[in-house]
Design a protein around this ligand. Structure first.
Ligand code: ATR
Length: 280
């Protein structure tokens, strides 16, 4: 039925500030698709009812954001390896038989953003330093491991959280002290901030970059402001940098493709559109 309206959306609690409707709305228009993408504020106690009701409402699926990502993993009928490893789902697809398939595209979005803006960067160029051990760090650590980072140095203000993550994810993760964050940068080829430091209204991320090789790629998951002090300082000393907005844009691609049947592109125009939404 070509005249059928394809429906998807995003759920969170709260959801008011989500950029996803603007992002998917842009693509729906761009690709001339007869579809809608809506935001729903879903209280935690209503999460399962909402997800189980997707098929009856004729919805193809949904994106999932805070605080529902972990709980959604426990509800879906099937989940991909990434979602299970990360312990969280950000994309749900209603399958032909009505069952729910959960996946997680945060790590994909992280890596695609780096490839997009710094095509020469490779995770196996050398050690990576990851600052922070919250939910965002998990997806990034798994992505870096999967992409072949030979060593990951993980630092978090609360060291025990970093220890727990290293035990769980295993492999090449080495824990450092938050206080030694300047020294730990020696010989690193990738530096990622996954903490909320540097975000508008938060304290700045105080880190001396002197020991970081100038070839190292520096990226930040914070994108308000777009150019954090970390990125500004790194750029000033000649390091390649990538801002965090592209991770949000790229993580949206697999869901859009599954629900609406078109592989969408992240373009400069899309970026400008989202930046203008953020400015208003
Ligand atoms: P998310 O799931 O988005 O990653 P989170 O779980 O609240 O959010 O994690 C936020 C990260 O920012 C954590 O690594 C946190 O460190 P703690 O585990 O010690 O709380 C880090 N963070 C937040 N404020 C910080 C600060 N003032 N100094 C250092 N790290 C900070």
């Amino acid at each position: 039925m070509s005249d059928q309206v394809l429906k998807a959306g995003v759920i969170g609690w709260p959801i008011d500030h989500s950029l996803s409707p603007h992002l998917h709305g842009y693509w729906l228009k761009e690709y001339n698709i007869n579809g809608v993408y809506e935001a729903f504020a879903v209280e935690p106690e209503n999460l399962e009812t909402h997800l189980r009701g997707l098929a009856d409402q004729g919805r193809r699926g949904t994106n999932v954001t805070l605080p529902h990502k972990e709980a959604t993993l426990a509800i879906v009928d099937q989940a991909d390896d990434q979602a299970r490893k990360i312990g969280a789902v950000n994309t749900v697809v209603v399958q032909a038989d009505g069952t729910l398939y959960g996946s997680n595209s945060d790590g994909f979005g992280f890596l695609e953003n780096l490839k997009d803006h710094q095509p020469h960067w490779r995770a196996d160029n050398g050690p990576a330093v990851v600052l922070g051990a919250g939910g965002a760090a998990r997806a990034i650590l798994i992505a870096l491991q999967g992409a072949g980072a030979p060593e990951i140095r993980l630092l978090n203000r609360t060291k025990s959280r970093a220890d727990d993550l290293a035990v769980e994810l295993g492999g090449s993760i080495k824990i450092g002290d938050w206080e030694n964050r300047a020294e730990i940068l020696a010989e690193a080829e990738t530096l990622v901030n996954t903490t909320s430091l540097g975000m508008q209204g938060q304290s700045m991320l105080d880190i001396d970059l002197a020991q970081l090789p100038e070839t190292a790629l520096v990226t930040d998951i914070v994108y308000t402001p777009l150019e954090t002090d970390l990125l500004k300082n790194a750029k000033a000393r000649g390091n390649p940098t990538v801002d965090g907005l592209g991770m949000l844009l790229h993580q949206a691609r697999p869901g859009f493709a599954a629900w609406f049947g078109v592989e969408p592109e992240v373009t400069d125009e899309l970026r400008s559109h989202i930046l203008s939404v953020m400015a208003n």
